[in-house]
Design a protein around this ligand. Structure first.
Ligand SMILES: [Fe+2]
Length: 228
């Protein structure tokens, strides 16, 4: 079932206000999280990384929604808020808590009819759904597809290479790390439902494959060392 909020148009000033709110929330929730601070240097745990990921998901999901005929404003606003509770809640609860936070914020700060914050709430709650995407609305699908796509390709490769330092892994493991991005990319290709998401993911898998081939060709000694 499609999420009905066709009448809503979110202005660029409203969008900017929401964007500022999301960034402030991410910053304040990392500042309040004393246990997390030791890991802040690793981008996965930083407010800036999460915000960049969020904006990537906004852009990818908007592109998919435009081509697949989903409601663009429902998709891009859900994407903007989808990880807002990533640091303030547990991984298990972040989708539900983020959905609640987004709905409250939209209801209290704008005059949209209730159907809009309700639609956003539903899309965000379901962004951690692990079943077949064919069971979901087009808007829910766009968000999940974009969230998966941001984890492969350039951003996914850079993040996993940085993670090697976090895990104290030597540079000779770069090729294995890139293989993980490629495998994750192939899983994404199997899971996405729309042609648009498939073609974006396909291009990313190709690029990660080229990057791995480049590394393998120019650093033959790494293979030797990683197998010692
Ligand atoms: Fe995400």
């Amino acid at each position: 079932m499609s999420v009905k909020s066709e009448q809503i148009e979110v202005s660029s000033s409203d969008f900017q206000k929401m964007k500022d709110f999301v960034y402030e929330q991410l910053i304040s929730s990392t500042q309040n999280d004393a246990d997390g601070n030791r890991m802040r240097w690793y981008p996965w745990h930083s407010a800036d990384y999460r915000f960049i990921h969020t904006l990537n998901v906004v852009s990818i999901s908007t592109k998919i929604a435009q081509k697949e005929g989903a409601n663009i404003d429902s998709v891009r606003i859900s994407a903007l808020f989808h990880d807002i509770a990533k640091f303030s809640s547990s991984q298990k609860d972040h989708a539900q808590d983020g959905a609640d936070l987004a709905r409250d914020y939209l209801q209290n700060n704008f005059d949209y009819p209730d159907s809009f914050p309700d639609a956003i709430h539903k899309i965000i709650s379901n962004h951690v759904y692990e079943g077949p995407l064919s069971n979901l609305s087009p808007e829910e699908r766009c968000l999940i597809e974009a969230d998966m796509i941001d984890k492969i390709g350039a951003n996914g490769s850079a993040l996993l290479i940085l993670r090697m330092g976090y895990d104290s892994r030597p540079s000779s493991h770069i090729s294995d790390t890139l293989q993980k991005v490629i495998s994750r990319g192939k899983e994404t290709l199997h899971r996405v439902a729309s042609d648009t998401a498939y073609s974006i993911a396909y291009q990313r898998v190709q690029r990660a494959t080229w990057l791995k081939e480049w590394i393998d060709e120019e650093t033959p000694g790494a293979f030797e060392l990683s197998n010692k």
